[in-house]
Design a protein around this ligand. Structure first.
Ligand code: PEP
Ligand code: MN
Length: 347
């Protein structure tokens, strides 16, 4: 249920309404908009509460929300969430490009790729130190050493960093070294991991499970938000369909749907979404046209010899740089800003 106040309702009155709600043993979440404030009510409210709120001065409307997720929904939070990380805004006008290898391999590899991501105009360096591999005998990542290598490369080249965290026990160490924590598709419903991520404030990029509905995806985001971490971005990375030509089917519709249902930033991953290098460029552009707030793209200096099988979907550095030049031209036509020359303002 949400209570919508009129634009004339004072902050003091909103506080009184919140106190009244909380006295009924349910939670109230206030979302201030330009001309109205939405008070979201979470918990098993007394059936009389809706009518009581309707009678209160300052309340214009009370609406029942049937969706199972609340904090992630646009009904509760009409304005777009913009996550500001050291001056880089995700979810606002700025288009954000995260680029880098599937996995951190060596200090030289991640340093050189970081240099190329920065030179092309990207703002975030991606790279997995802990890799969720389908088979137990495949390369599993270099671990904490990789976090350190990546943090150094990010710092040296003025890039934010994003890395995957797979278990609750590693959340703190990953958050110590990376600016954004990625939850992989295979862990979208690892509820213990989601709960742990709710206890910190580090931004989280939550990937959609490859067989998950939008509702399940938004409920997974709700776990993190409900724990107290508001800094969540959603990532469409392709779903499993009957098609085998592509590794996954990048669900482009997910981008505008998630923007409608939720206020959280939406990022597209055309690399895992297609699994084929030659499709990454067109699907990146399509994602921006569909309204994505950012991209996460695999790029490698020597994709044929990369330590995961994801070399086949990794762009070569010149392809990555040319793509970003194209995005610079495209973005303004689609209501976004992207400047390949602009230095990200990093504290
Ligand atoms: C990755 O980003 O390298 C990765 C493993 O992604 P996903 O969880 O989408 O497969
Ligand atoms: Mn990968």
């Amino acid at each position: 249920m949400i209570a919508i106040t009129s634009n004339k309702t004072s902050d003091e009155r909103i506080q009184e309404i919140v106190q009244f709600i909380e006295k009924q043993g349910v939670q109230a979440h206030v979302s201030k908009g330009e001309d109205r404030t939405v008070i979201g009510i979470i918990g098993q409210a007394d059936p009389k509460l809706a009518e009581q709120l309707r009678q209160m001065s300052g309340v214009e409307q009370v609406v029942k929300i049937s969706k199972s997720y609340k904090l992630a929904s646009r009904d509760f939070h009409p304005a777009d969430t913009v996550i500001n990380i050291k001056g880089v805004e995700i979810g606002g006008e700025q288009l954000v490009v995260m680029g880098g290898p599937c996995a951190v391999e060596t200090p030289e590899q991640i340093d050189e790729i970081a240099r190329l991501v920065k030179a092309a105009g990207g703002q975030v360096l991606r790279g997995g130190a802990f890799k969720p591999r389908t088979g137990p005998y495949s390369f599993q990542g270099v671990g904490v050493e990789g976090l350190i290598m990546m943090a150094e490369a990010g710092k040296k080249h003025g890039l934010l960093t994003i890395t995957e965290v797979m278990t609750p026990e590693y959340v703190d160490v990953c958050a110590q070294y990376a600016d954004i924590l990625q939850v992989g598709t295979r862990n979208m419903q690892n509820f213990d991991l989601l709960r742990k991520l709710g206890t910190i404030q580090t931004p989280v990029l939550l990937k959609r499970g490859f067989s998950s509905t939008y509702d399940e995806f938004l409920n997974a985001a709700e776990y993190i938000l409900a724990g107290g971490n508001p800094n969540v971005m959603l990532c469409e990375r392709g779903i499993r369909t009957f098609e085998t030509y592509t590794r996954n089917t990048l669900d482009l519709s997910a981008i505008p749907v998630l923007k409608q249902l939720s206020h959280l930033p939406v990022i597209s991953d055309p690399s895992h979404g297609t699994g084929r290098r030659e499709l990454v460029v067109p699907m990146t552009k399509a994602s921006v046209a569909a309204g994505a707030d950012g991209l996460i793209i695999e790029m490698h200096t020597d994709p044929d010899n990369s330590m995961t099988g994801d070399g086949v979907q990794s762009l070569f550095p010149d392809q990555f740089a040319n793509l970003l030049v194209d995005l610079e031209k495209l973005a303004p036509l689609l209501g976004k800003k992207f400047d390949t020359q602009k230095e990200a303002i990093l504290a």
